[in-house]
Design a protein around this ligand. Structure first.
Ligand code: F6R
Length: 619
């Protein structure tokens, strides 16, 4: 959700403003309702903030420049408490003459009672946000302690909820203090300068050395020191790591949008996720999991928890994991799992799937699974993020940074990583399951080239998308692993093009949705390959005939050589032949391209769709 940047640099350097503005530009994908920056300028705090996208803040600073400085914090907002107005934008000030500035990501759940208390003390509020409560509390604590770290420590003890806070105080130039509870914050380690960010993109242009913080920790940075304490005041250590991608990976590289670039990066996302995970003889090695083979062999039930696109990756994986391992596998939206009474025990494997590793709903589900004694494995794309830390083990996807709000390459990498986990469990079980695992791995290694083939054929799909820019509703049908692909195709279109779109299981058609079909209704149909068991191919071809007979315009995604669909298709979008369980890695690609192109044709910003934010860090 909100993006947070902090910087302290050399006393002679005036670049803090530039560094933080650059960081905000890289974090704008996290929230783009409003943006703001605060700097220490001589003996006072100066700030600028504006509703709308970052460009509004830039214009404001051009009109009313800020002085060169060594200490700055900046924020891009995704509104929770209080609408996206100039007043509600961060930073918020506290203390006499506003000598303290504070920015926040998350939700302070007890803000109402704290605000009532502060109002009774005569504090005046300039915004409707929960954040301002924290600004006044830290400022008041500073008046007592004259130390920003101590003031932060006193304040966090009073806050409930999830938050990352960053504060600066005019009395302490050269110091930024951050605190985190269930909300992301990483440290960038520079040479004579240090950084704080919601994620490493905030400072990747300056350093690739980072430090992960634990939950409930406070970090204080100066140009040449980083110190960490727990919320109980005891000293703590962060874990240092090297970021394995650079600034170029977080830039558009000549593409019109991050989404277009990330769609094109999918062959690499899958290939890199497979890389180094098999021996020469094809045996899978997932040493990084660091869970004993015995614990994995004992697993008798798998529950995949995730949200949105990641949950659809889990739905795809369910078909494969149950087929390969014969272990019952459920997929559940993380927010539903958390607040019911799931049957989970020590032999349940709870697999969380999350690109960001920060999705609060998924994090809460993982914590709940831990409390219930489950074995928890995280499939995640972001090193240093919270969900892997809270899990017993992690299997990283290697999709590289995903900047566009709508997930694409992470989806393919998540399916791939779930498959690796499923195949590994099958391998541990031995016998025919292990033989099949090796055969599937061979097929999986061919998938990146096949995705490239799909990408090379997308001109016609782009053309169709442009023709369909005025569509008011598009339906998606799929069966077996094609069903979650249909759901994902519909989600992409809804979130990017703001068009009514729904995905259905093709077999469900006659149980209701067929009533939606009227002349001209566009329907994408994801057709299983002709070799899919149980005659599913023929059944879906019948579905195409049924909707066509009622006037639907059929856009059929089918394998090369599948001629049975031709008589009933208005358009055939071809993908290379691949075994049934691997087909989603190919069939989803035209749907992503379609949504991206249709939204672009409508003049919409595909990287930053309205009302959405990457990384949903509130429940
Ligand atoms: C849709 C999309 C979201 C995310 C969901 C989970 O395009 O991006 O549905 O998939 O918010 O996010 P992560 O994977 O970061 O947990």
């Amino acid at each position: 959700m909100c993006g947070i940047v902090g910087y302290v640099g050399p006393a002679t350097d005036g670049t803090a403003l530039d560094v933080v503005m650059e960081g905000l530009a890289r974090l704008e994908y996290r929230g783009y309702d409003s943006a703001g920056i605060a700097v220490i300028d001589g003996d006072h705090v100066a700030f600028r903030k504006r509703s709308g996208k970052l460009v509004n803040l830039r214009d404001e600073i051009t009109g009313r420049p800020l002085s060169a400085t060594t200490t700055a914090i900046g924020h891009t907002r995704w509104a929770t408490h209080g609408g996206p107005t100039d007043d509600n934008a961060h930073p918020h000030l506290g203390g006499p003459e506003g000598r303290l500035a504070l920015i926040h990501n998350g939700i302070i759940e007890n803000f109402h009672s704290l605000k009532t208390e502060l109002l009774a003390q005569g504090v005046t509020f300039a915004s409707e946000t929960d954040t301002e409560v924290a600004a006044h509390l830290v400022a008041a604590a500073y008046e007592r302690t004259h130390d920003l770290t101590a003031a932060m420590l006193a304040t966090v003890a009073r806050l409930h909820g999830a938050f990352t806070l960053l504060a600066i105080h005019a009395d302490q130039p050269g110091v930024v203090v951050g605190a985190r509870r269930n909300s992301p914050l990483v440290v960038g380690l520079g040479d004579g300068a240090n950084y704080l960010g919601s994620d490493v993109a905030a400072f990747i242009g300056h350093t690739r050395e980072a430090m992960e913080l634990g939950q409930d920790q406070i970090v204080t940075i100066t140009p040449d020191s980083v110190s960490v304490i727990g919320f109980d005041g005891t000293p703590a250590q962060g874990r240092r790591y090297h970021v394995d991608w650079d600034a170029a990976a977080a830039e558009k590289g000549g593409y019109p949008s991050f989404m277009a670039k990330e769609i094109d990066e999918q062959p690499h996302a899958v290939a890199d996720t497979l890389l180094g995970r098999t021996k020469d003889d094809g045996e899978l090695v997932l040493d990084e999991l660091r869970v004993s083979e015995d614990a994995l062999r004992a697993v008798d039930k798998i529950i995949i928890v995730a949200c949105g696109t990641a949950a659809y990756a889990g739905m795809v994986a369910k078909y494969a994991i149950e087929h390969w391992t014969r272990i019952p596998c459920e997929v559940e939206l993380a927010h539903e799992f958390r607040y019911r009474d799931p049957v989970v025990n020590g032999t349940t494997l709870v697999v969380s799937v999350s690109q960001s590793g920060e999705t609060m709903d998924t994090l809460m589900a993982v914590k709940h699974a831990n409390e219930l004694g489950a074995l928890t494995v995280s499939i995640c794309n972001t090193h240093g993020s919270t969900i892997p830390r809270e899990s017993d083990a992690v299997l990283y996807t290697h999709a590289g940074p995903e900047i566009a709000v709508a997930s694409t390459k992470a989806f393919l990498a998540q399916i791939t990583a779930c498959y690796l986990l499923g195949l590994y469990l099958a391998q541990l079980r031995g016998g025919t399951a292990a033989d099949e695992a090796q055969a599937v791995m061979r097929e999986l290694r061919e998938v990146p080239d096949k995705i490239q083939t799909v990408l090379d054929r997308m001109d016609r799909v782009r053309e169709i998308a442009r023709f369909m820019a005025d569509s008011r509703s598009v339906l998606f049908l799929g069966r077996h692993v094609g069903f979650p692909v249909a759901l994902e195709g519909a989600l992409k279109l809804k979130e990017l093009a703001y068009i009514h779109a729904e995905g259905f299981a093709a077999g469900e058609l006659k149980h209701g949705p067929i009533a939606l079909i009227e002349p001209g209704q566009p329907v994408f149909v994801i057709v299983p390959g002709p070799d899919t068991p149980h005659d599913l191919h023929a059944k879906v071809v019948s579905n195409i005939q049924e909707i066509r007979a009622r006037g639907a315009r059929t856009l059929v995604v089918a394998q090369d050589g599948d001629e049975a669909v031709v008589p009933f298709a208005d358009e055939v979008i071809r993908v290379p032949r691949t075994p049934p369980l691997l087909q989603p890695l190919l069939t989803v690609v035209p749907l992503q391209v379609f949504a991206c192109q249709l939204a672009t044709a409508k003049g919409l910003d595909v990287d930053q769709p309205r009302n959405l934010a990457k990384s949903v860090t509130v429940e």
